[in-house]
Design a protein around this ligand. Structure first.
Ligand code: GTP
Ligand code: MG
Length: 146
């Protein structure tokens, strides 16, 4: 059962660079994980919508920081993945830099949903994120896809 809050989620904006993202107010939860782990699909499922986030079977689909508004204060953020992606190296470096800046600087970030495929163990990068969350007192929820 999808609550009305999530059903009403709508696209706010996308940003290639950290400097382009919306103002740092309210509350955000960001979806993180390896490329192709199912981050964008999880937001769609959570919101009971099929085309809110763009998904693909090719790793590296999400290349921007995508913001979705739940209400005036609360947002979900679909981030690009890490690890193998079918995209040029320079592009991947650009989005990895944007993710790092987002995670390190975003005051309104309240927690992470970390996506993983049940067949692939958590990587070193995943564990680093979990440790990073605990050091900052941020909630992290690991979501596995079947
Ligand atoms: N079997 C299965 N497939 C899933 C599930 N969630 C997503 N997928 C598939 O996995 C592929 C990747 O899904 P995305 O949601 O685009 O993954 P992502 O983590 O956003 O990927 P990037 O944006 O490339 O980092 C798509 O083909 C989805 O249909 C799931 O729960 N089960
Ligand atoms: Mg995606």
């Amino acid at each position: 059962m999808v609550s009305n809050l999530y059903r009403a989620a709508n696209f706010l904006t996308s940003a290639a660079l950290y400097s382009q993202i919306p103002s740092d107010t309210g509350y955000e939860i960001a979806f993180v994980g390896r490329s192709n782990a199912g981050k964008s699909s999880a937001i769609n499922a959570l919101c009971g919508q099929t085309n809110l986030c763009r998904t693909s079977k090719i790793p590296g689909r999400t290349q921007l920081l995508n913001f979705f508004q739940l209400d005036a204060e609360r947002r979900l953020v679909d981030l690009p993945g890490y690890g193998y992606a079918k995209a040029p190296g320079a592009e991947q470096q650009r989005w990895q830099r944007s993710i790092a800046e987002y995670l390190n600087q975003r005051n309104c970030l309240r927690g992470l949903i970390l996506l993983m495929d049940i067949r692939t163990p958590l990587t070193e990068y995943d564990w680093n994120l979990i440790t990073w969350c605990s050091e900052r007192n941020l909630s992290v929820h690991v979501l596995t896809r079947p």
